[in-house]
Write a protein that binds this ligand. Structure first.
Ligand SMILES: *Cc1c(COP(=O)(O)O)cnc(C)c1O
Length: 388
């Protein structure tokens, strides 16, 4: 179908942060398949796990116990401080599960039309409920009627949340990204997540964090909510979880953990042996190589690099990031930078029209990180000068 407009390039192989196209040209990958390939391409341990598992058993169905899925759940709840997990196949599906948990939570409290608070500028997926939750009209245009039961408020605004919770007793959950990704790498103020947590407690709402993009060590912690001393009630994961093998997960805790009963929700593929094995391999490498710490260190190195490389460059509005989730906002639309960078053999993304977004693999070498910084800084200077 015509829903994508792909760039005129395709990659046939990869190694670490390097991709090779059909003509044999090599590119430095600063996007990692949109935050998916945390361990880069053709990682030997992921490769071995997938091949090994495929030779053994790929799928059985959730009608039977799946020990690999149970092991994966154990690992995830251990790192996240949660109680249990539902597995699906994507970020949107993980969020659908979270939305269903919120609705059940409301009905358990005898709220007949439960509502979920979501944020302006957010992104939660492309299914009907998740596009409704998304705070971006572009994603919704043409798709009415939307799903009922969502209220949008300003992100990073504690007053907006407390005002709404005070006035609307039908609110049962707050769903938000701990750092907004698609929306343009927006990092909330320190203390914001803690304030959201406190209001959720005060008004008996579920705090649901969408870590689909931020999770799995990318921001310098296993999960971005861990930058503050809080625990959410629900957390969703996908993108990096199995380094490219499709999988999504919805983790729950405490009062949210026992809402689903046999028959409440399901997925044919969700958490099958192949995807679970791949995710276990990913977690094993993240643990062994302490890639949470590494992401923090590399992210700081790159931010410092951009800050000095782009100091006094007119047109750069802001350089921001946490770990290897980095955004550079310009004062004008810049989507053409993606193909300009491609010509320079560098893979980047532009989101929200004027924010260059970098989500490189966490296995990046120092030299590769520096190359991304110099190549992109040069390109940006050229681009911004050209326009003036
Ligand atoms: C990518 C993304 C999603 C959607 O994930 P899919 O796997 O494309 O369905 C949801 N939430 C956030 C924060 C994302 O970045």
């Amino acid at each position: 179908m015509t829903n994508y407009a792909p760039l005129p390039v395709s990659f046939v192989s990869g190694q670490g942060a390097i991709l090779t196209d059909t003509d044999g040209n090599t590119y430095l990958d600063a996007l990692g398949g949109i935050a998916v390939c945390v361990l880069g391409h053709a990682h030997p341990e992921v490769q071995k796990a997938v091949a090994d598992q495929a030779a053994n058993i790929i799928h059985t169905s959730n009608l039977y116990r799946i020990p690999l899925q149970e092991q994966l759940a154990e690992k995830l709840i251990q790192h996240a401080g949660m109680d249990n997990v539902f597995f699906g196949n994507s970020g949107a599906e993980a969020n659908e599960a979270a939305i269903k948990l919120a609705r059940l939570y409301g009905h358990h409290k005898n709220i007949s039309v439960p509502k979920i608070v979501v944020m302006t500028n957010s992104f939660h997926g492309r299914t009907m409920a998740t596009l409704t939750a998304t705070g971006n009209d572009k994603v919704k245009t043409g798709f009415t009627p939307l799903v009922e039961g969502f209220v949008h408020i300003l992100y990073n605004n504690v007053e907006a949340l407390s005002g709404l919770l005070q006035s609307d007793p039908d609110i049962v959950a707050v769903m938000l990204e701990p750092i907004q990704g698609e929306g343009g790498i927006h990092i909330p103020d320190d203390g914001y997540l803690t304030a959201v947590r406190n209001y959720c407690d005060e008004y008996d709402c579920l705090m649901m964090v969408d870590e689909v993009q931020t999770g799995m060590c990318r921001t310098g912690k296993w999960f971005a909510f861990q930058h503050e001393a809080i625990q959410p009630d629900v957390m969703t994961l996908a993108k990096a979880l199995a380094n490219g093998v499709p999988i999504g997960a919805c983790l729950a805790r405490g009062k949210a953990a026992s809402l689903f009963q046999p028959g409440s929700h399901g997925s044919t593929f969700g958490g099958n042996p192949l995807a679970s094995r791949a995710a276990l391999a990913v977690i094993d490498v993240l643990e062994k190589q302490h890639l949470d710490k590494r992401a923090a260190e590399l992210g700081q190195r790159m931010l410092d690099g951009f800050n000095s490389g782009l100091a006094d460059t007119k047109g750069v509005v802001s350089i921001r990031g946490k770990g290897l989730m980095i955004g550079i906002e310009l004062d004008k639309p810049c989507t053409e930078l993606v193909s300009m960078a491609l010509d320079e053999r560098l893979l980047i993304n532009v989101t929200a029209g004027k924010v260059i977004r970098l989500l490189p693999p966490l296995i990046l070498t120092d030299a590769e990180a520096d190359t991304i910084v110099t190549r992109l800084s040069q390109l940006l200077k050229h681009f911004l000068e050209q326009g003036n």
